[in-house]
Write a protein that binds this ligand. Structure first.
Ligand code: SF4
Length: 376
């Protein structure tokens, strides 16, 4: 298949692995964080880490939108369905995220909540159109990639004059999460995660471009290479990061130039700015409350804001005591460091959010890497 097979070619991968081996400095170690859950999935699925020299370590970052969704937000969605009687629509992965009282959206559905999986925000608008006697709420999560379609849905609902559609907005912003990792007091205190550079997200960068990462490169002296999702994309990005480190450079480079440019999708950015504004504070799972790290709906679209339409206060809820998702999302621990990994906590019975989506560090390691642990 054109444009896919080329980026999974085993011979090219072997050549790239050899080139990386030649270029690494054996006297030092390299720690790179792949921010994006899609990269985590690709690295685990294609065994990219196994092709790297021992002194090049990949660290999973917090770039899985399901993983960073805090329990308190899932609780809000459940309360809407069970207490307010709304039809709650969301993407499939959200349904299994563990919430309070042993619940998840899926379990709340089993208790009688009208909770539906949709493939797009537009499906939720259509549902509202077809069911004028029901309040339909779209539980909107995700990074900059999924935000423009939510903006379109709100504008569409406004154009249609829908009185029964609203959005529980939980969209978050990538650059804020990267800043938090670099400045996180926990990471500083534990001092266990040296980071030499980042693989920048693919889909997110198609929207925001590569420009927002220039700040990190300059301010924190950390190289960033934007990469596509295929294994050869990731390997090429690792090679580019190694070169930057070896040469003492800290720049933003773009391996994914077939889809990303410096400015991103200006039309999508404009649409998002029209409908959303920054939230002062937002809690992330595993990263605590981060200032200016998420979006809320602008007052001119307030009638489509579920937080304004329904009595929804936010109550933060701590993770399961033994769950290490917080440390994993910050790159401080690996999935196999968690006592619950693969025993109590599995993709069929996730205890923490990192085990839910295939992009989560624990789920990716459980699916593709756990037998390697036994062999070691
Ligand atoms: S294995 Fe489960 S409980 Fe442990 S950190 Fe991962 S998601 Fe959390």
């Amino acid at each position: 298949m054109k444009y896919i097979d080329e980026f999974r070619d085993g011979d090219v991968a072997a050549g790239l692995a050899e080139a990386i081996r030649r270029e690494v400095n054996p006297a030092r170690s390299y720690h790179f964080m792949e921010f994006c859950g899609g990269h985590t999935h690709a690295i685990s699925r294609y065994g990219v880490s196994d092709l790297l020299p021992d002194n090049v370590r990949m660290i999973h970052g917090p770039g899985c939108p399901v993983c960073v969704l805090p329990i308190g937000r899932v609780d809000q969605a459940i309360r809407l369905a069970l207490d307010e009687g709304v039809t709650l629509c969301t993407y499939g992965d959200c349904l299994r995220v563990p919430a309070s009282d042993g619940l998840s959206l899926l379990k709340a559905k089993a208790q009688g909540g009208d909770i539906r999986m949709v493939y797009s925000s537009a499906d939720a608008v259509t549902l509202a159109q077809k069911n004028p006697d029901k309040q339909v709420v779209f539980f909107a999560i995700g990074f900059e990639t999924t935000t423009p379609p939510t903006a379109v849905a709100i504008k569409q609902a406004a154009a249609l004059g829908l009185k029964n559609f609203s959005v529980l907005c939980c969209h978050v912003l990538t650059p804020s999460a990267i800043s938090s990792i670099l400045e996180s007091p926990e990471v500083r205190q534990w001092g266990t995660v040296p980071l030499d550079g980042f693989i920048g997200p693919a889909h997110v960068s198609t929207i925001i471009g590569s420009r927002p990462y220039e700040f990190f490169a300059e301010e924190y002296r950390k190289p960033v290479v934007i990469a596509g999702f295929e294994p050869l994309d990731v390997m090429q990005a690792i090679r580019m990061l190694i070169r930057q480190v070896n040469e003492g450079r800290a720049e933003v480079e773009n391996e994914f130039s077939r889809a990303v440019d410096r400015n991103g999708n200006l039309k999508a950015q404009q649409l998002v700015a029209e409908v959303f504004e920054m939230r002062k504070n937002f809690e992330w799972r595993g990263l605590n409350v981060l200032p200016y790290s998420a979006l809320r709906i602008r007052s001119q679209f307030a009638e489509f804001d579920a937080e304004k339409r329904f009595p929804l206060d936010y109550r933060p809820v701590p993770d399961h005591k033994a769950c290490e998702c917080g440390a994993i999302l910050r790159g401080v621990k690996k999935p196999q460091d968690c006592k619950l990994f693969g025993t109590v906590c599995t993709p069929e019975n996730p205890i923490g959010s990192c085990m839910v989506s295939s992009e989560g560090g624990c789920a990716a390691h459980y699916t593709y890497g756990r037998y390697k642990d036994l062999a070691q």
